[in-house]
Design a protein around this ligand. Sequence first.
Ligand SMILES: *Cc1c(COP(=O)(O)O)cnc(C)c1O
Length: 496
Amino acid sequence: MQVLYKSTRGNGETVTASQAILKGLSKDGGLFVPTVIPSLDVPAERLAQMSYQETAYEVMSRFLTDFTEEELKSCISQAYDSKFDTEEIAPLHKADGVYFLELFHGATIAFKDMALSILPHLMTTAAKKNHADKEIVILTATSGDTGKAAMAGFADVPGTKIIVFYPKHGVSPIQEKQMVTQKGNNTYVVGITGNFDDAQSAVKNMFNDQGLAEELAEAGFQFSSANSINIGRLVPQIVYYVYAYGKLVKSKAIQPGQKINVAVPTGNFGNILAAYYAKLMGLPVNKLICASNENKVLFDFFRTGTYDRKRDFILTSSPSMDILISSNLERLIYRLTGEDAEKCRELMEALSRGGEYTITGEMKAGLEDFYGNFCSEGETREAISATYYGSGYVIDPHTAVAAGVYQKYLRDTEDSSVAVIASTASPYKFTRSVMDAVSDRYQGLDDFALVDALSTLTGIKVPKAVEEIRTAPVLHDTVVAASEMPDTVRKILGIR
Ligand SMILES: *Cc1c(COP(=O)(O)O)cnc(C)c1O
């Protein structure tokens, strides 16, 4: 069965998977969605026996139907290799009665690696298939983790350049150091004086700017996106939920067919949307638990049916979730409208014009697959310390938001089905918040001393990704206002 892709704001016109990956965002400003969600017709007993790479092929081949078996398997084997520090790629760790699905064993020790290690291969394969002759320029706004993971994926990939914008005052010191030390002759990192939403909006505007696209085309370039709106990121993220299910069956934690709950620390709504797609494919999932930090726009939306971004942007200890406009939610909204692109466009335009929209009661009924809640900063700290003192396991603040929200879910529902918590970053990426939550005796230490203290505390070796940046020279120091981003791009590409 062929799966095609159409825009959430389009007229039903379809493109192939490879074209959707190349374009990133549809010309009409909408996001690409599959015309049908393929079903996961693989018995759980077989999933239980599969490696990560085999699972990836089963899931991805059902969505990316214009890739040949050879192409897809080559992308998978180039992505999920020794860049990961464990052969399991995404191991499950049981602690405190729940299963933490560790998605941070890749090159940059955050879950973005799961998709961004394969996206460059999908994209260059897609370019070849479609005879694209222009150099691909990846334009990315990052709240801290995407940018580094995208650069790690694209660095020195022939036929590509990558430009990353990050909020200068909105990322952790380790995240910033990771970015500004990025090597590669095709990587560019720019700090901006605004917040993540400012950077993301400016990137979206550049994608929608036809004049700029023409300037680029004349100079031999075309934009593409490595942000989580790209279907080439969403599809690889479905894989690990299927894989985790298989491993739970294998270890006899569940029976084949038994439903599990999944809790996801959410920002742009990409990771949890992938879990939702896994459920739509037929994976036995009961609730999708959507965990927010104090930027709790999604919690309010699930409760009231009104999405309202008109509020203060709060800098928290889980910066990769400091987001007020969750781009991928548009894909869920589109589904809730019964795939009415006109209605979806109206809602999204209301959001960008007036800062809010409200869905109908009928649409709201479609949200029953989800449970939303949030953790305050204090509750996040408590979740870190409770997990550590309860089981000796140290989790990062993003994962802690999900762990804290999961406890609220348990209290609210008493639904004690087996639960998987998406564990999205290594605690080594956020040592300050983690160590402060564990004890107040670490307060005087600098970020790298904290790294060593964490290693002593847990007995886990400092990951290579952190060891490398200790002494690495800063290679990128440009900082601009969000309004200067288009001209910065022109300058980097040598246009004008
Ligand atoms: C990006 C990120 C998230 C949020 O994921 P979304 O797909 O944007 O919802 C959560 N935790 C970490 C560590 C991240 O890097």
